[in-house]
Design a protein. Structure first.
Length: 605
């Protein structure tokens, strides 16, 4: 669990945020967002590789907007282009027109009479609106050669949805259409309908999204260039020609991404529209190659998003980094969808997640910004506290340097003085040695410019250190009862000997100070073994620490001895930082008029 505590932090506020994601996910799960989904798929269409295109399909576009043709088209417009194509002996000619191209019954009858005996010519009816459907026109109702390639019989769309969906293979509500049978009759071998397994519901029809091939991938020509002999006629021999007018069919009834892409690339048909007949060639190519947009089964974008957001809430990283990640999730999803689509032909639908993240950014970003300001304030306060500590340590360095000379004199005298009690001599030696070691270490630390973070951790005997310090405190505080109990087979831990001596000595001094007004002052010290840690407990029955002070201990410089000028508030703060740097734990609990307990846990040696 150490790595979990190292990288993640949990609180009731964070758990509430994670729990709040659940109803939002449920809402997105129940709601479809076709606009976002359409945008993603529409954008991906332009990335397709035309390698699998069946080039036996060729399109010719009669562009009334740029060419010399005018609309509505005349009978001569149709017949002149068809005659030119027939002269190259194609396999079939499929005429892709709506009734709006024919204004007047005489033109319709004349056109029907023209195509009736030409067995290679087929009509294609692909409009959902009855008034546009050539198959329902009385003039053509008995015409035998209709090839219905793409349509849905559902005519209940709203005003915005009257146009057929671009690049959409539809099976109507009465069952699958017969496109694949009609293609077989034309001499092609399309994929069977059960090959297209990845459908979904839209407008009460089962539909599959086509992959769109790049413009001109299957051979796309303008009728004007054809009539002017600019095009090599061998491109049409023994091929199926789709001839139609230049209508644009956008995926969402709005200008397509193709329009924008064509403007950037300049690769267009003299206008900024994607020809309808090219869309039909895409459909035929998809039938024969089976290359279409597949949706992976069991892919749950919301579950992935929930995991990412939950980790982002609980992970221990700066708020600035969280802000950057939260703003990057939507672009990363779009990049992932694009890479998956390009390299595997699968479509990852992140439409629900993108809507969810857009909504959360309105709420989450202010929260993250607030956390950033709070972190900056805390960091500034910590820097001020660290500066004060550095100033104190600088003073300590000077003091350490100044006491080296008198300390040498004390050492010299100590060897000539006779002590009545040998224990006093032992305590005196120990105290002088600790002073010398402290002075030496402070001087070494500053001269080498290495902080305590770089000091080598060593094996230390906690029982030995506590016994030595306790002896010294007993002599100086004869009224205090000291009790030392060892409840562990091993008392050896990993730490820094000198720092721990100072920390334990300072804790005992604090306890002794709190016992000054107590009638029966007592300090209880224990060593216990807990899992992979050695724990030292120090408990006194002193005056205790006020609750408002206890909350701040270990987080800021604070002292309960301010009135006596005996404390500077650095002891507990320094102790907590040192112990935590040694991968240990520093815990303090207290109650006024009851006493205080401090527990120090260090890794076992």
């Amino acid at each position: 669990m150490k790595w979990l505590n190292r990288w993640f932090s949990f609180s009731w506020k964070k758990l509430v945020l994670v729990a709040a994601l659940v109803p939002l996910m449920w809402y997105c799960q129940q709601t479809d967002f076709p606009r976002v989904k359409s945008f993603i798929k529409d954008a991906l269409q332009f990335l397709n590789d035309p390698a699998e295109v069946d080039t036996s399909f060729v399109t010719v576009n009669i562009n009334g907007k740029v060419d010399t043709f005018t609309r509505p088209f005349t009978l001569e417009t149709f017949t002149s282009v068809i005659d030119k194509i027939r002269s190259y002996k194609p396999k079939h000619i499929i005429l892709c027109f709506s009734q709006k191209e024919f204004r007047g019954e005489e033109i319709k009858k004349g056109f029907f009479k023209y195509i009736e005996d030409k067995k290679e010519i087929y009509l294609q009816a692909d409009y959902v609106n009855p008034e546009d459907n050539l198959a329902r026109n009385p003039v053509f109702e008995n015409f035998a050669r209709f090839v219905i390639i793409s349509s849905s019989t559902d005519t209940n769309q709203g005003a915005r949805d009257r146009k057929p969906r671009r690049l959409l293979l539809s099976y109507d509500k009465e069952g699958p259409a017969d496109e694949y049978l009609e293609l077989k009759n034309l001499g092609y071998n399309p994929k069977e309908l059960n090959y297209f397994k990845f459908g979904f519901k839209l407008w009460e029809t089962d539909q599959i999204y086509f992959k769109s091939y790049k413009a001109g991938a299957f051979g796309s020509y303008d009728a004007q260039d054809l009539l002017n002999n600019i095009i090599d006629g061998s491109n049409f021999t023994e091929k199926t020609i789709l001839l139609g007018s230049f209508d644009e069919f956008s995926f969402s009834g709005l200008p397509s991404v193709f329009n924008f892409s064509d403007k950037i690339s300049g690769d267009n048909f003299k206008t900024f529209y994607f020809p309808h007949v090219d869309n039909l060639a895409n459909i035929l190519n998809t039938y024969t190659t089976g290359n279409y947009i597949k949706t992976p089964k069991n892919f749950n974008d919301l579950l992935i998003t929930f995991i990412i957001l939950s980790i982002l809430i609980c992970i221990k990283i700066p708020s600035k980094t969280k802000l950057f990640i939260s703003l990057s999730i939507i672009p990363l999803f779009l990049i992932l969808a694009t890479l998956t689509y390009v390299f595997s032909s699968f479509f990852l639908d992140f439409s629900r997640s993108i809507v969810l993240i857009f909504f959360l950014q309105y709420l989450g970003i202010p929260i993250i910004m607030f956390s950033m300001f709070k972190e900056q304030e805390t960091k500034k306060l910590q820097e001020i506290g660290d500066a004060r500590i550095d100033a104190l340590l600088t003073v300590s360095e000077k003091v350490a340097h100044d006491i080296r000379s008198p300390l040498s004199a004390i050492n010299l005298v100590m060897h000539k003085v006779k002590f009545d009690d040998p224990e006093y001599k032992e305590i005196f030696d120990s105290a002088v040695q600790r002073i010398d070691e402290t002075a030496t270490k402070i001087l070494t630390r500053y001269r080498t410019k290495t902080g305590s973070e770089n000091e080598a951790v060593e094996q230390i005997d906690l029982a030995e250190i506590i016994s030595s310090i306790t002896k010294e405190k007993k002599i100086l505080n004869t009224k205090v009862e000291f009790e030392f109990v060892i409840n562990s087979e091993s008392t050896t831990a990993m730490g820094l000997k000198l720092d721990l001596e100072r920390i334990l000595s300072n804790i005992l001094d604090n306890s002794i100070f709190a016992l000054q007004s107590i009638l029966e002052p007592r300090i209880f010290i224990s060593i216990d073994s807990h899992n992979d840690m050695i724990r030292v407990g120090i408990t006194d029955n002193g005056t205790g620490i006020p609750e408002q002070v206890l909350k701040l201990l270990g987080t800021a410089r604070i002292t309960t001895k301010a009135d006596t000028n005996q404390g500077n508030g650095i002891g507990i703060l320094h102790a907590k930082r040192v112990i935590e740097r040694l991968n240990g734990r520093f815990e303090i609990s207290s109650a006024e008029h009851v006493g205080t307990t401090i527990k120090i846990s260090l890794p076992k040696a």
